[in-house]
Structure formats: C-alpha cells, structure tokens
Design a protein around this ligand. Structure first.
Ligand SMILES: Nc1ncnc2c1ncn2[C@@H]1O[C@H](COP(=O)(O)OP(=O)(O)O)[C@@H](O)[C@H]1O
Ligand SMILES: [Mg+2]
Length: 355
C-alpha cells in the first residue's frame, strides 16, 4: 500500500530552488532514506511534508487523505497532519524535563492526566529512559536528548515519522547503536518513516529503500544494494560509496570491444551493449580493483600504475594508483600491503557503465 505520495513538489526561496519537481511514494511500514549532500533540499522537503513550509506546487497524500494540493487549494495545517518530526538539533524545551518534553503534544491537546502518565511511561520504557524522566535536557547526554526528541515525536502515534539527520551530532559508536535502535522501534511499531541524511553509510545500513537527491532533484531510487551496485549517474556513483570515474572511447580490436582510456590503460567491454566509436563513462569501486606486483597468469591487466599514496583505514588500506593521466583509488586488505613507488598491474573485477 502507498502510505505517502509526494507528487511534483517544488519549493523556492527567492531565486533559490530548494526542491524541484520531487516525486516519491512510500509504502506502509517502510523506512525510506533520502540521501543527498548538505544543502540539496532534504530539510525543505521534510518541512513541506510536515506542513511547516508550504510548497509552491505539487500534491501530498497520506493514505487517502490529501494534505496539500496546489491546484485544489488544499493545505492541511501541521497540527492536523499527525506527522511526527525529529529535528537535527533535537529542539527540546530547555525548561521542561524529559517527561514534560515528551508529553508536550498530549498536554496541548488537553488529554487527561492519567492518560498522559500512562502514555509517557510507555514511551520512556520503549526508549530506555525510565530513570531519566525528571531530568532537564542539559542533564542528559546527546544520545538521551535524541531519544527524548524521538519520544515526543512518537507519543501521538503518528501516521508518518520524519527524521531530519537525527544522528549527525552523535559520536560514531552511539550513532551505530541509535541506528539499530531506531530500526528496531520502526519495525516493532510498524512505522512509516522518512529518514533524511547526508551519510551514505547510515542510509545503506538502516533503510528499506534509498532515494538519492541532489540540487533539489530526484536522482535515483532503489534498495540499498541496488543503489550501491547500480548507480545510474556519476553523481550517485560518487556520492553513495566511493567510485573511480573512468572515461574512454570504444574501439574494435579483432573480436573484442575495448575501452581506451589512455595510452596504457584499456579494458574489455565486449560484454556490455556498446558500439565502436562511442565515448563512455564507467565507474569502478575501489574494492573491485586488484593490484599485483607480478602479472597474473593469463588474465590481461587494464594497465600498469604507480602507487603514489596510501590511507590506512584499519580494516583496509586505500591506495592511490597513477595510471597515465588517471588516478585510481584501490582498496586492499592490510595483509597485502604495497610501498609508495611500487609499480603494479591493475585488474578490474567489476565495472559499471554510467549515463
Ligand atoms: N528559509 C530559507 N530561506 C532561504 N533559503 C533557504 C531557506 N531554507 C533553506 N534554504 C536554501 O535552500 C537550499 C536547501 O536547503 P535545505 O533544505 O536546508 O538543505 P539540506 O537539508 O539538504 O541541507 C539551500 O540552498 C538553503 O540555503
Ligand atoms: Mg537539513
């Protein structure tokens, strides 16, 4: 079932187009990540969905209910949309305890005291904050403040939960813990969630589906695996994970098609629908390149290169290998280390053509 439908939403601020003709559907109980660089329009998109901002055009449906339609002149006020919003900076009331912050949406709706007590206790235990209810935000750690903010968004039983980079202020370990925790709560409560982030590893780790966004525009959507392995553009290849972008021209060589990228840098593209004479762009992941000091048996290397730099990343080493005018990032297991200046043969295990 389509829970949320966003159709051709645009939003301008003066001359800046923050969101442009953006459309996406989200299924019931799905966690969708909207992934894009800082300033690409993610927060603006969420604000339009929540009704904090009014889009310039387009339509938004939640279930069968129209929340916004420029053509029909519909614009449901934010407090009637039943959408929970967790802001990047938490936006907690500093003069209210955790409990008062969480119960705020119920108190302004004048629910009874016993009802509020019961609901708040449920949320505190769900978020493992039972003993922190009486603390003020400044007496809570970043992760605890984040959970209070999540609690305030959950207490109304929202039809849709919007998370605006909720984990970006947390340290790496806590961020990973919260990713798991949010995912568990989302699954347990069968919540429909849009999680916006600029962090590709977070989007890959947490979501059912990813939408890649750039300059206010929809770029690509798919499962994490699909977006990572089949990027549809140079932008997606480079933003979701690391990619080497390689350009060349196809030439026919006896019974093969070869992409010529430089005088000593070429590889077989016979298995790809492509024609001689075409100029093409390919992406190759650093983990999909093998480098060796000695030539491998019968396999043809794409060329030879020189190691010019390395970055130690613990689980692997990333080398920069110069091959003609190109510079490729190559990921290697620390047990197979190389020296700067080593001349190596390069082999591609997997290549993707980009449009
Ligand atoms: N209230 C505003 N007034 C003017 N420009 C804005 C406003 N909010 C956002 N922008 C601009 O719109 C673009 C998208 O911003 P934003 O949605 O915050 O991006 P993101 O959340 O992806 O970092 C940016 O260029 C930003 O400067
Ligand atoms: Mg933002």
């Amino acid at each position: 079932m389509k829970m949320l439908q966003i159709k051709d939403i645009s939003k301008k601020f003066g001359l800046i187009t923050a969101v442009e003709d953006f459309s996406v559907d989200i299924g019931n109980g799905e966690l969708l990540a909207v992934l894009g660089p800082s300033g690409c329009g993610k927060s603006t998109l969420l604000s339009c969905i929540a009704g904090i901002l009014k889009a310039d055009k387009g339509e938004i449906f939640l279930g069968k209910r129209c929340l916004y339609s420029a053509q029909k002149g519909i614009n449901v006020p934010p407090e009637e949309r039943n959408i929970g919003f967790v802001f990047q900076n938490y936006a907690l009331w500093p003069h209210m305890t955790a409990e008062r912050n969480i119960s705020y949406p119920l108190r302004i709706r004048k629910r009874t005291k016993p009802f509020i007590k019961k609901e708040v206790n449920h949320i505190l235990s769900l978020l493992r904050l039972e003993d922190k209810g009486n603390r003020y935000p400044h007496q809570l750690s970043g992760g605890e403040q984040q959970r209070v903010s999540l609690g305030r968004a959950l207490i109304m039983g929202p039809d849709l939960l919007l998370l605006d980079e909720p984990l970006s202020n947390l340290d790496a370990r806590l961020r990973e813990e919260m990713q798991k925790e949010i995912r568990k709560i989302q699954r347990d409560l069968k919540l429909t969630v849009i999680h916006v982030t600029h962090d590709q590893s977070e989007a890959l780790a947490m979501s059912d589906r990813i939408v890649v966004m750039n300059n206010g525009k929809f770029i690509q959507e798919g499962s994490p695996d699909d977006v990572y392995n089949n990027p549809n553009s140079i932008f997606a290849a480079d933003f979701v994970g690391t990619s080497n972008i390689i350009r060349g021209k196809v030439v026919k060589s006896i019974n093969k098609l070869i992409l010529v990228c430089g005088s000593d840098f070429r590889f077989d593209v016979s298995h790809i629908p492509i024609k001689p004479g075409e100029h093409a762009v390919f992406s190759v992941r650093p983990e999909d390149i093998d480098i060796t000091l000695k030539k491998k048996g019968t396999a043809n290397p794409v060329g030879t290169g020189v190691i010019v730099e390395h970055i130690y990343r613990g689980a692997h080493i990333q080398y920069e290998v110069k091959i003609g005018d190109n510079s490729l990032k190559v990921q290697v297991h620390p047990a197979d280390s190389f020296e700067t200046g080593d001349v190596v043969f390069l082999y591609f295990k997997r290549i993707k053509r980009l449009k």
